[in-house]
Write a protein of this length. Sequence first.
Lengths: 215, 148
Amino acid sequence: MHNLESGLLQTILPFVTVPLRGVGVQAMRDPDEDLVRRVGAGDKRAAAEIVRRHLPRMVGLARRMLGDASEAEDVAQEVFLRVWKHAAAWKPGAAKFETWMHRVAMNLCLDRLRRVGRNGGDVPPDTVDSRASATRALDDRQRRERVRDALQKLPERQRAALVLCYYQDRTNIEAAEILGVSVDALESLLSRARRTLKTALAAERADLLSGLETG
Amino acid sequence: MNEARFVELLGVYGADLVRWPEDDRGSAAAFLEVAPHRIKDIWESERTFDHLLALEKDGPASISLETQIISTAPARRPLMGASSARGLWAIPKWATGGALAASLALGFAVGYANEPLRDVENDYASMLTISGGGAGSMYLTAMNDGGR
């Protein structure tokens, strides 16, 4: 499903006339509608505003998917090049613009992961790290590193679902649209992702719990 | 909302009900209010896990990246109305008609002016040259052919 061809197809869909399923998406006015129209007309101020509004999320999504800050910036740049290219043809009401940007960013990340054969490991880490007992006093920075590592070890589909719903604040309907799966399939991915992470981060979780109890 | 459904959604979306499906949020909040301690403990445990995941939050994007991307944005196009989509070299319909008329007029003028001095073969060649081989020259070619 998520080969390059399907990714490109999904990328251009909002510029054709295919409406999204999901009631809430179409009923609300797109908060980016006016900005996108102005960007399409060549308004530099609108372009700057749309970059400031969406760049952190685009970089965040790509960094979590690719595990590399430099590559994440490349992806973010590519996303905005597509925004400049397609803004004039944007049709309000077909899909929220931010959802389309997420879809473009996610497809670019998945394409990169496949090109270099990185898949996050298909075998979930099902054993608690042996260093667990020795790391009772982890500070937040160390914990953050461990969470990053654990995220990178997730299979890419699970990681994508978790990143979209948890870190990018997409609704379940939007996330399912972006990944091209049903909501049920998305929930299955999310559930497995959380289970895998809980196992991988058992030590950190226990440490955090004890910190909360003693603090 | 029952216990099984609550625990199932908890395992999918985590403890923050804002992330739950819109249709389930209200009933989930109401269920949690009166839920037994066992369920509340599970919810607390998921909340701790959410805190752990939240450590990996986004920082602000770098200013240099922001500036670089903004610099790639296209600038405003010249105001050319509806014809701008056809590009700078596109010729409007009225201009095409005008060019045809001008070509015809030029062709006739040259033809009449030179007729006493030249034979048919020379007329044909000069008209092609003067009118630039446009629509007018084609018309005059037909006239010459008809006169033979």
